[in-house]
Design a protein around this ligand. Structure first.
Ligand SMILES: [Zn+2]
Length: 65
């Protein structure tokens, strides 16, 4: 068999990304991979603490404007 195994080893060369590390659904509480904790609840359906954090740490060049 020459099938490639699903990558079980993590690539460590990637740049640090702010992604949800842990998400507590009931509490709508997320823990970021950087250690940040906050709410993912969005009262207005648009913004949330998590979104604000995620966007503010977005790598430059990934925004469209
Ligand atoms: Zn973060």
């Amino acid at each position: 068999m020459t099938n490639q195994r699903p990558s079980s080893t993590k690539v460590v060369d990637e740049p640090f990304k702010h992604v949800i590390d842990e998400y507590k659904h009931k509490l709508q509480r997320v823990t970021c991979t950087c250690g940040w904790q906050g709410s993912s609840a969005s009262p207005d359906g648009v913004s949330s603490e998590w979104k604000t954090h995620h966007v503010s740490h977005r790598p430059p060049g990934s925004s469209k404007r």
